[in-house]
Design a protein around this ligand. Structure first.
Ligand SMILES: NC(=O)c1ccc[n+]([C@@H]2O[C@H](COP(=O)([O-])OP(=O)(O)OC[C@H]3O[C@@H](n4cnc5c(N)ncnc54)[C@H](O)[C@@H]3O)[C@@H](O)[C@H]2O)c1
Ligand SMILES: C[N+](C)(C)CC=O
Length: 489
């Protein structure tokens, strides 16, 4: 079986300890790859390589246009190998190949977007208040970036970090999730082929509490960019304080989806399903808190249940499969426990709430798409991120009540509103405390618009111009063209 290695200073290498880890297909628990299991020592080597590569200035002083050309080449290679990457992502995560193909298009789009943005900011001349002087503001790369990604959108989340970091002239060490590293390894091969110089982009495979902690605490790392759970984010924030690293955190969400009685009923039902059940609900921005106007509650829930009963679970490689398995046995237990706890709090399971009976699915980590009614905002099942195919339903009677429920969360990643009343929609989104809000839509994102969370959903923004700025320092250069002695002392 093909064995995947670390990539440090332009060389593919086993972990120093020679340890390896088996990667499991969540559909049937078969071993699909064996990868290096790096630790702190591998991470230190990679950080040193990135430090040297940054300090020698080769990449940061390469023209932004040339860096953009190489980033565009990576996009081209991803498009060339799209089918291989998509199948690899589905094998590793269990999501349908159709979803993975969509992810690969998005990923190539992200590299292209930052390739084009790379040389568009030539700095700014300030109207200096000091006579005979020039005042200018320029952008420089931050330095060595540590990048840590989750398992749910492995390559997509990696692309949001790799593309802007490279375009801005940084060097980096990436640690993908230990559960789903395969497409990230492949993209490092493509980055090598595209001509990224050695030492600029380094990859260390391994666990969070070894490689991840080293990246967070090592004082040679200038910036840490993390996507993952809120508790891990808090730990990283503490470790990053060692040298006051720049910090970008993309954390979880418990995202409200408000449906008013005047919404287009059929569309809102359809999109409320899409908002959650793609990738078995393992989406940071899943609309898992469905908040329904009381007058349509029963009809809406009935319509959802009817549709949910027909969702086809199976292998991501079968064309008619609509939902794959959860990522791991441990995560399956977590989701099942989350539903059980919700029931104890008073929630009612109206559909799902268990593993499927289908004998063909017993080797996979499947959980049925589930809807819980009789939920109130004070319940843990409404407040906590379950990260599975589970919708909780709450009711409201007034616009104010809907907004209050939507904002009653420590999270603030995303949210949606469904109504035909344009003014009402605008009033609602103005009051919703989330980084992305959708009107008559859910879960849309693209490279041009920033992505990130209010409140405990994170710090900073990925994507858009802001996503590049995360990887830049701002420098003010003041040039006195007529220096004079002050004769003060
Ligand atoms: N906001 C977003 O854009 C976004 C996108 C995708 C996923 N997420 C969130 O990610 C979470 C699911 O992903 P997960 O289960 O992989 O999250 P996780 O926090 O368990 O792990 C994420 C990454 O952090 C690493 N890690 C774990 N412990 C660490 C430590 N102590 N120090 C440094 N690194 C450590 C892991 O190895 C992994 O690579 C969900 O909460 C989801 O909402 C957020
Ligand atoms: C940001 N997104 C939606 C691509 C992945 C969240 O898990």
């Amino acid at each position: 079986m093909d064995s995947k290695l670390n990539y440090i200073n332009g060389e593919w290498a086993s972990a120093l300890s020679k340890k390896t880890r088996e990667i499991i297909n969540p559909f049937n628990q078969e071993v699909i790859a064996v990868v290096a299991e790096g630790n702190e020592e591998d991470a230190k080597l990679a950080i040193q390589a990135a430090r040297d590569a940054f300090d020698n200035g080769e990449w940061s002083s390469t023209s932004a246009t040339e860096r953009g050309r190489i980033v565009a080449k990576i996009a081209e290679l991803i498009e060339r190998d799209k089918e291989e990457l998509a199948r690899m992502e589905s094998l590793d995560t269990g999501k349908t190949v159709e979803e993975s193909r969509g992810d690969m298009d998005d990923i190539a789009g992200v590299f292209r977007y930052y390739a084009e943005l790379a040389d568009k900011d030539g700095g700014e001349i300030i109207d200096s208040p000091v006579p005979n002087s020039i005042s200018k503001v320029i952008k420089e790369p931050v330095g060595v970036c540590g990048q840590i990604t989750p398992w749910n959108y492995p390559l997509l989340q990696a692309s949001w970090k790799l593309a802007p970091a490279l375009a801005a002239g940084n060097t980096l060490v990436m640690k993908p999730s230990e559960i789903t590293p395969l497409t990230t390894v492949k993209v490092f091969e493509l980055m090598e082929e595209a001509g990224v110089p050695k030492g600029v982009a380094n990859l260390v495979l391994g666990a969070g509490n070894t490689v991840g902690e080293e990246l967070s605490s090592n004082t040679d790392v200038d910036l840490i960019s993390f996507t993952g759970g809120i508790q891990t984010g808090k730990q990283i924030m503490q470790k990053a304080s060692a040298n006051v690293k720049k910090l970008a955190l993309e954390l979880g969400g418990k995202n409200p989806n408000i449906v008013f009685a005047d919404a287009d009923f059929e569309t809102a039902v359809d999109q409320s399903l899409n908002a959650v059940f793609f990738h078995a609900g393992q989406i940071c921005s899943a609309g898992t808190r469905l908040i329904l106007e009381e007058s349509i509650h029963d009809k809406f829930v009935d319509a959802l249940v009817k549709r949910v009963k027909n969702i086809k679970l199976g292998s991501g490689f079968e064309e008619d499969t609509q939902m794959g398995p959860l990522i791991s046995e441990q995560h399956l237990h977590k989701v099942a426990q989350y539903v059980e706890d919700g029931k104890k709090e008073g929630a009612t399971v109206v559909v799902g709430g268990k593993r499927p009976d289908n004998p063909e699915l017993q080797n996979g980590f499947f959980y049925e798409p589930t809807i819980l009614t009789n939920c109130t905002t004070d319940m843990d099942v409404v407040q906590n991120e379950g990260f599975g195919p589970v919708i909780t339903v709450e009711k409201f009677n007034t616009e104010e009540e809907a907004i209050k429920l939507a904002n009653d969360s420590v999270y603030g990643l995303s949210g949606g509103v469904w109504t035909k009343d344009i003014a009402k929609a605008e009033r609602c989104v103005a009051k919703m405390r989330m980084g992305t809000v959708w009107i008559n839509e859910f879960n849309v994102y693209f490279p041009h618009a920033p992505w990130g969370g209010f409140k405990q959903s994170g710090i900073g923004r990925e994507l858009g111009k802001s996503g590049l700025e995360e990887y830049q320092e701002t420098k003010h250069i003041f040039h006195n063209l007529d220096p004079q002695a002050l004769n003060w002392f």
